[in-house]
Design a protein around this ligand. Structure first.
Ligand code: UT7
Length: 348
């Protein structure tokens, strides 16, 4: 459990930054728990009761993270009524980039014809989407750029050991995207009504727990070799139990601090949109915060854990279903490898 929780509440002052549209992409192929029963020694009953997951999406060999990201971004651009040439900053959060370099963001920039955009990836595992939103907010608030595209995209099926029942039942593929804009300097909004202003946020990390969740091979510590391949070091490794406990503690503590910094309580929040890790984790976080089940937005049953993509996908579902109403406060919460955690409060 993160022992020291350094207060890293990031001051939100100056120009208001708004999330103006979202998009998502989920591969067509559905892998159900019944399908998994034929692959490893597991059962629909075990997976459903321990995780709440019923099915997840799996991308074909021809579709990499940049393809999922481009499709999600295209939908977000359409919803915002703008095109690639309007984007000045692209941040892709991913732990499954197409390749180690160049960045997936540069591939997306080319796909979208966003030739004016600065483009880079960030790696904060499952907290990546909020980390990327916060970085984009800083660029926008300083006036360095006026329109930013944030994407969380993962092809986790490419780093899963499909013979390891401890992990292979948990994860799925997909991408979620958001377009952000700052109000103009005179304080009036250039963006349409019904979009989310960022009120407060927190990013945190605890590197002393880096071994809880990792992929050891393929970097400069253990480069790809016949040994790294035969030892399965290019697969995701996880201490499930410890990760579970840390996730509940870190997300609920970050949520409380962000609410405190905004002078609000959980009763002032309409939606909690957490990283979709495991239904039991999310329910426990909700209970710790004193939230009602109706405040928690969950789609982990249909998509599993899509790491950096999950919050973007969930936000897109929430918004397209018309669930976010003017004035609703939305609390984004995440936790992941690193360890990292993050929280962000929006007002619709
Ligand atoms: O995005 C953040 C990253 N990850 C997470 O958030 C995951 C956090 N952790 C979890 O969600 C849970 O720890 C799991 C769902 C991974 C596991 O649930 P658990 O209640 O902590 O189960 P466990 O690890 O205590 O395992 C209990 C038993 C073990 O058998 P033994 O040793 O008691 O005989 C496992 O081998 O369940 C066994 N098991 C399975 N059985 C059937 C583990 N995976 C499976 C499986 N099917 N898929």
């Amino acid at each position: 459990m993160p022992t020291v929780a350094p207060p890293q509440i990031l001051p939100v002052s100056g120009r208001t930054v708004r999330l103006i549209s979202t998009g998502s992409c989920l591969p067509e192929k559905v892998l159900t728990n019944t399908d998994l029963e034929k692959m490893v020694e597991t059962s629909d009953e075990w997976i459903t009761t321990r995780t709440g997951i019923r099915e997840r999406r799996i991308a074909p060999d021809t579709q990499a993270s940049s393809d999922l990201a481009t499709a999600a971004a295209t939908k977000a651009l359409e919803s915002a009524g703008i095109d690639g040439s309007d984007i000045e900053l692209i941040i892709v959060a991913t732990i499954t980039p197409d390749m180690l370099f160049p960045s997936t963001a540069c591939l997306v920039q080319q796909n979208l014809g966003a030739s004016r955009a600065i483009a880079f990836d960030i790696e904060a595992a499952c907290s990546g989407f909020i980390y990327a939103l916060e970085i984009a907010r800083q660029f926008l608030q300083s006036g360095a750029v006026s329109t930013a595209l944030v994407i969380g995209s993962e092809k986790l099926s490419s780093i899963i050991d499909w013979t390891d029942r401890n992990t292979c039942v948990l994860f799925g593929d997909g991408a979620g995207a958001a377009i952000l804009r700052a109000d103009n300097t005179s304080g009036t909004t250039e963006t349409p009504d019904g979009t989310g202003a960022i009120l407060a946020s927190e990013l945190g990390a605890d590197g002393s727990r880096n071994t809880l969740l990792s992929m050891p091979g393929g970097g400069s510590r253990i480069p790809a070799s016949t040994r790294s391949l035969s030892e399965g070091l290019h697969f995701l490794k996880m201490d499930g139990k410890e990760t579970f406990k840390n996730a509940i503690q870190a997300m609920s503590a970050a949520a409380r601090r962000v609410l405190d910094s905004a002078g609000l309580t959980i009763a002032d929040v309409r939606w909690i949109v957490p990283h979709q890790a495991n239904q039991r984790i999310l329910t426990a976080v909700g209970e710790k915060l004193g939230a009602s089940p109706e405040q928690l937005f969950m789609n982990v049953d249909r998509f599993g854990n899509t790491s950096a993509a999950s919050i973007g996908i969930a936000m897109d579902e929430l918004i397209r279903a018309g669930h976010a109403r003017k004035g609703d406060r939305i609390l984004l919460l995440a936790f992941g490898a690193g360890l990292t955690w993050a929280a962000m409060l929006l007002e619709w």
